[in-house]
Structures are given as C-alpha cells and as structure tokens.
Design a protein around this ligand. Structure first.
Ligand SMILES: C[S@@+](CC[C@H](N)C(=O)[O-])C[C@H]1O[C@@H](n2cnc3c(N)ncnc32)[C@H](O)[C@@H]1O
Length: 291
C-alpha cells in the first residue's frame, strides 16, 4: 500500500482554522504534543480491541504517531488509514512512517465528517480528534460507516477543564490579565472539553447509530514543557490560555511580561527532573457498529 493519498474537498471554517492558525503552532510545539500525549496513550493502547491483520482507521491523526503505533499492532497483514484535514500534519506522519520502515499506513487528507469511507474496517480510533468536529454526530456517524458490522470505535476525549489542570491552571492565570474570548473569536471547533459530558456523548453516539457504549476514565501525567520557560511559551501559544492570549491581540502583547511572570510562578510548582509534568484526565469511549 502506498502511504500518500489526498482527497480534495471544500473546507469549513474550523478546518481552515486548523490549517492556517494551528498547524504552525502544533509544529513549533511538536515535542510537547507528541511526547506529552504519548504518556497518556501508553495507558490506553494496551487495552485497545485491535488484532493482528485488522484494517484500522485513525481519525484526526495529527502527526500520525498513533497511526504508526496502530500499524505496528496490526502487522503486515493489516493496514491503517490515517486521516486528517491538515496535510501539514500528515507530511510528518509520512516521513516518520518511512523512517521507521512502516509501510502498512496510508495518510489521507480529508474531512472525517464527510469523506466517503468504505465500510471495510475492523477498528476506528481517534485520540483527541472528534472533539473538534463542527458536527459531532455527523462525524461520529461517518466514523461508524468506516466499520464492518460488529466493528469497534474507540475515541479518547478530554474530561472537563477542572479535571485537566495542565490546560485549566494556565487559563485561570491568563484571565487575571486579559478578557475572555468574545463570541466572534476564531475557533478550532467545539473545543477540547466538548465531549466531557458522558450523557451528551452517549446521546451523540446513539444518534450516530452505535450500540454497546462504554466510558473508562483514564488519568495520566502529561509532559508540558522541557522547563518552565518552554511550558510558559507553550501555554501562551496553544490550548485555552493560548486562545485567550491570541484573541486579546495588542493588549496581550503589551502585558506579555507580567502574564509570563505569573505563569512562571504557577508552572514552576510542577517542575520535575525530566521537565514540567501536570495531571490530565480523559474518557476512553468505546462503541460498536451493530451493522
Ligand atoms: C488535538 S489534535 C489530535 C491529533 C492526534 N490524534 C493526536 O492525538 O496527537 C486534533 C486533530 O484533529 C484534526 N481534525 C479536526 N477536525 C477534523 C476533521 N473534521 N477531519 C479530519 N481531521 C480533523 C486536526 O487537524 C488535528 O490534527
């Protein structure tokens, strides 16, 4: 299987935001996104219902590290279709797969919500991708349509901001200096905490046609910076604190030094020998395609 594929589709506002605003920031902070989230998914991967020989989809695969991990799990008789709406991320996945000698993964640029997938997969996975769908039910339904009857979907989504101090603490600090984003703020979609409520997500999955819906709480420590300065710069670029900072424009630039100093004090509390480590919490959500 080749590992390059592209589907040209009309973009929506959120997909545009990912491509223009977030890709450069994610690339700049790739060491935190990839290494940080790896600590988290290390807790999730051992219990995934993936077998050797399976055909798998990784929806919203970002830099493709989980797709490569899945490709290794299914082995040469299986395959992984790794999908993201940003080719800027997929380029890293293609390079990393090639460098690792992993040839059973195909990287596809497409909107997961609308791409006409074939119902030929055993397993559909998404780590922190589905929370950003403009239309969660349409996206979840389309993920179900990737599956054979009896196929399994597992998505990992953040629990609430209070359960995720790695994102919440910095936002609290920044809001002491800057106003919250207005109603017309540019956005990456519903956002990291949009699937925190198990009641809402259960309903979304039921409407999308899934059965056998299960939630498992997964708590993990996250690497959020090599040192305090790295962690401060990361928080001002991405996540809820980064959104407040970006939307405040010139005011944020003017108050940068005070904000950074206050963040430094907060984040220094989480310094360990290997960097800044903070708590995070997610739901591992598993659901089945009845066919
Ligand atoms: C927080 S990142 C997670 C990336 C990766 N799964 C990981 O765990 O590192 C969310 C990803 O979802 C992708 N995404 C958001 N909406 C999408 C959509 N409608 N179709 C495809 N990908 C989407 C973004 O481009 C981004 O790569």
């Amino acid at each position: 299987m080749s590992n390059v594929e592209a589907a040209v589709e009309p973009r929506n506002e959120y997909v545009d935001f990912w491509n223009t605003i977030l890709v450069p920031k994610f690339v700049r902070w790739r060491h935190i996104i990839v290494d940080g989230l790896t600590l988290h998914s290390a807790k999730i991967f051992p219990s995934l219902e993936v077998q050797e020989g399976d055909k798998v989809v990784d929806a919203g695969c970002g830099f493709g590290d989980t797709a490569i991990q899945l490709a290794r799990l299914v082995g040469p008789t299986g395959s992984v279709l790794a999908v993201d709406c940003c080719d800027g991320f997929l380029a890293y996945g293609r390079d990393d797969a090639r460098a690792a000698g992993v040839s059973n993964v195909t990287f596809l640029e497409a909107d997961v919500q609308s791409y006409p997938f074939k119902p030929e997969h055993d397993f559909c996975f998404s780590r922190f991708g589905t929370q950003f769908f403009e239309s969660p039910v349409a996206g979840l339904r389309n993920m179900r349509k990737t599956l054979k009857p009896g196929g399994v979907m597992t998505m990992v989504v953040w629990r609430g901001i209070k359960d995720n101090p790695w994102l919440g603490h910095a936002k609290e600090v920044v809001l002491k200096f800057l106003p919250p984003p207005g109603e017309n703020a540019l956005s990456c979609g519903p956002g990291p905490f949009s699937m925190a409520d198990t009641g809402v997500v259960t309903k979304q999955l039921e409407i999308a046609g899934y059965t056998g819906i299960e939630f498992e709480q997964v708590d993990a420590e996250l690497f959020v910076g090599k040192d305090v300065d790295d962690a401060v710069a990361f928080q001002l670029a991405l996540g809820p604190a980064g959104e407040v900072y970006r939307e405040a424009g010139e005011l944020a630039e003017k108050r940068h030094d005070e904000i950074a100093a206050a963040l430094r004090v907060e984040l220094a509390k989480y310094q360990r020998p290997n960097g800044i480590i903070m708590d995070s919490s997610s739901w591992k959500v598993t659901a089945r395609n009845p066919g």
